[in-house]
Design a protein around this ligand. Structure first.
Ligand SMILES: [Fe+2]
Length: 232
């Protein structure tokens, strides 16, 4: 086992380009893994669960695309080949995502007698994908992020993140915020929403609160946002 990487002094307080989205993906991976394990595939196809899983996998694929098109080219512009290892992980993930989609389709079209076995297969395939993605995201945060901190200023890292955020459709923005907001701690959440409230059109900010924050946060966490004037 390798030594755990703790944040060094050079990285403390730096722009955390991976942290919030990776926390959201970890939360959503775990929630779906739980639901797949508890699903009764034999009785009827769990259509809602399969639709939610498909939407989650699409979001995971878009996250990979954001890293592929924005973060990795920037990194390699200053450190050639620095993204090679994580590029390989991404290629592997994309193959896994295709396998998962065909497993979902298989259940949707299966005879009732086959559904329990196919459901188990989907559960195990997704659990393997989650395990690989957890290891991959850990590698990005402990190996790639320190390199980004060495090579880029915080303003440059923030600009890369804004390039990604600006490319999102309103629906994707809500979908990402729905997994990120409940996954972060109060200090991180209030900092993110404070920045968003000052920069986004009021109707876009209201949509984030009503469609992403309110449906996913505990009442006490919504009250915390109210106290800070961030709940509307
Ligand atoms: Fe990645």
């Amino acid at each position: 086992m390798t030594t755990p990487h703790f944040m060094t002094a050079a990285e403390r307080g730096r722009w955390d380009i991976y942290g919030p989205i990776h926390k959201g993906l970890r939360l959503a991976h775990g929630a779906l893994l739980h639901r797949l394990g508890a699903a009764d595939f034999a009785s009827s196809p769990p259509h809602r669960l399969l639709a939610d899983l498909r939407a989650h996998l699409a979001l995971a694929a878009r996250h990979l695309a954001h890293e592929d098109t924005v973060i990795h080219p920037a990194l390699e512009s200053r450190a050639p080949e620095a993204a090679a290892g994580v590029d390989d992980d991404h290629a592997h993930h994309k193959a896994r995502l295709a396998v998962l989609e065909s497993a979902i389709r298989g259940i949707e079209h299966a005879a009732a007698a086959d559904r329990a076995a196919l459901g188990r297969g989907l559960y195990l395939a997704f659990s393997t994908f989650v395990a690989e993605d957890l290891a991959h995201m850990g590698r990005e945060e402990t190996e790639i992020w320190p390199r980004l901190c060495d090579l880029f200023s915080d303003d440059e890292l923030a600009a890369l993140e804004m390039t990604i955020v600006a490319s999102l459709s309103p629906a994707d923005n809500i979908a990402f915020m729905r997994i990120m907001l409940p996954a972060m701690n109060r200090a991180e959440r209030s900092a993110l929403l404070t920045a968003m409230k000052s920069g986004a059109p009021p109707e876009a900010y209201a949509a984030v609160i009503e469609q992403a924050a309110r449906p996913t946060l505990a009442p006490a966490d919504m009250s915390h946002l109210s106290e800070l004037g961030l709940a509307a």
